[in-house]
Design a protein. Structure first.
Length: 523
């Protein structure tokens, strides 16, 4: 473990506190978890994330009866809107994107607590108006002074917004109340900027009141990794270097960058999703059993894994970055990355990345974890495949097992959420022939309960103060330590490899695995 990580563990991971202080126990998870009196302020409320995810999530929570009656939603943006205009935008977004049916009475109740504050982030008057609005809501809606501030804004504005919150007394809760900051990724663009960002946020909000959103942790199937591993006895004994050959974590998207050129160009796929979503998936797949599901116990285990991750010495052989070119997808012709609106035609930004990592600990030494992600790939799929070693000896004619692959356990994060187990089975007939078959668990078939959308779960957790599904600042920093040298290598060594849209990435990615005698799954 790096020195930083062990310091951090001492400083932050108060396991004893988690163990003996019953007030901090998350409690009986079977009871409906309903937020107490509270409100949410969204900065950047006119953005895509807010309209497509945050507003519908708030409505869905209200519709499921998980918000208090006086729950309040405040939008902060530059638009010249009145409260009614804002409510109308929320209404339209809910109608278009909410997952639960529209119910007029729920809407009316929610609309009572909607306010809009117009202003720029430099505008002191606007922050004063925000303070007054919150005080008014405390009286009119009974929000009790409890407010979360959601920064759905480009990271360059984070320092300014948190500073304004501080200067206008908004970060200080009234007695007995709480004030929380919710930050959307990206958490910096490298280790240095992440540290600076964390320092600014922590200078205003106490560490336990800062919630960093990694929406993958809000996904049902991602949380199920913990259930699968630690609620069962059949997987854990083989979940190690003695049985596992390698692990493949894939996050493939069929979409291009859409209207996000301003954010994406210069950032690229590895910073966009490997630094956060994929390394979190790796951490959950590889951690030791936490002492409890107290956030600090879980963070301690994730940190141990992240700080034990090693990048290969020869990055040229074990990493690949790519960029999509013109092609066909779903029968439609699509533009190449360099032809997309707002992209520098000479851009060397990666839209595909594949990296090989290892984890230096007793459980995983020598087991490669291959991570890959890309835009405009064959189809949208996120999965974790734990691929097992071949049986040490096969007592059959060699022709009987020609079509037998390696056993695998595949956690299908999305779509078709579920788990697949792949193993060899005798092909019916008079001769002995063994071929791969699959055993499937599909959420839709096994459960009648529906999964909340990731943002629903995460917003509710913020309001409840439950930090389990939010990466702590040390995890963010450890993840940058893994990615920074890879990005530095790429910066120095040429351009990303081109790949045609609608394919599974550049040939170099296949060659990277072939050199190790392996191949990528084609999910
Ligand atoms: C975001 C990335 O974090 O995740 C996007 O910034 C990506 O580039 C998105 O498209 C994918 O999320 P999901 O939930 O659709 O897999």
């Amino acid at each position: 473990m790096s020195e930083d990580a062990s310091e951090v563990l001492e400083e932050e991971t108060d396991l004893v506190d988690a163990w003996i202080n019953p007030l901090r126990d998350p409690g009986d998870r079977r009871l409906p978890r309903i937020a107490g009196p509270s409100g949410l302020v969204i900065f950047g409320v006119t953005g895509d994330l807010s309209r497509k995810k945050l507003m519908p999530a708030v409505y869905d929570l209200a519709n499921r009866g998980l918000l208090p009656p006086g729950f309040s939603l405040v939008g902060f943006a530059r638009r010249d809107w009145e409260d009614e205009d804002f409510a109308q935008v929320v209404h339209d977004s809910v109608k278009e994107h909410a997952r639960t049916p529209f119910r007029e009475e729920v809407w009316q109740q929610l609309a009572k607590g909607m306010r809009f504050v117009q202003g720029e982030f430099v505008d002191d008057d606007a922050f004063e108006k925000l303070r007054e609005t919150i005080e008014e809501l405390d009286k009119a809606q009974g929000t009790g002074g409890n407010f979360a501030f959601y920064l759905s804004v480009p990271p360059k504005f984070f320092p300014q917004v948190v500073q304004q919150l501080k200067e206008h007394g908004l970060a200080d809760p009234p007695k007995g109340a709480w004030r929380r900051a919710v930050i959307e990724k990206p958490f910096g663009h490298d280790l240095q900027s992440a540290k600076e960002l964390n320092a600014v946020v922590h200078s205003v909000f106490p560490r336990d009141e800062v919630f960093r959103i990694d929406h993958y942790l809000g996904k049902e199937t991602v949380q199920n990794i913990l259930a699968l591993r630690f609620a069962n006895s059949m997987f854990e004994p083989i979940w190690n270097r003695s049985y596992v050959d390698h692990v493949q974590i894939t996050m493939a998207e069929d979409i291009g960058i859409g209207g996000r050129a301003g954010y994406y160009d210069g950032i690229g796929s590895a910073r966009d999703v490997i630094q956060n979503h994929l390394l979190q998936l790796l951490a959950l797949t590889a951690i030791e059993e936490p002492a409890s599901f107290h956030p600090k116990a879980l963070v301690a285990e994730k940190l141990k894994v992240l700080s034990a991750v090693r990048i290969p010495k020869d990055l040229g052989r074990h990493t690949v970055r790519g960029q999509y070119t013109h092609g066909w997808q779903g029968g439609e012709e699509v533009l190449g990355y360099l032809e997309e609106e707002g992209i520098d035609p000479k851009s060397t930004t990666d839209t595909f990345a594949a990296v090989k990592l290892e984890i230096n600990n007793r459980r995983w030494a020598g087991v490669p974890f291959y991570l890959r992600t890309g835009k405009r790939l064959g189809r949208r799929v996120t999965e974790i495949a734990v691929v097992f070693q071949r049986a040490p000896y096969l007592p059959f004619d060699s022709s009987a097992t020609e079509e037998l692959g390696q056993n695998a356990l595949v956690i299908r994060v999305q779509p078709d959420e579920g788990v697949t187990m792949r193993f060899g089975s005798k092909v019916p007939g008079t001769s002995m022939e063994v071929r791969d078959v699959s055993m499937d668990f599909a959420y839709g078939e096994s459960f009648t309960e529906s999964s909340p959308e990731a943002y629903e779960r995460l917003i509710l957790d913020v309001l409840l103060g439950d930090a389990n599904l939010f990466p702590r600042h040390q995890e963010v920093e450890e993840s940058w330590k893994i990615l920074d040298p890879i990005e530095a290598y790429w910066d120095k060594h040429g351009k990303p490899a081109p790949y045609e849209s609608g394919t599974w990435g550049p040939a170099e990615a296949d060659e990277m695995l072939a050199r190790d005698g392996r191949s990528w799954r084609r999910p």
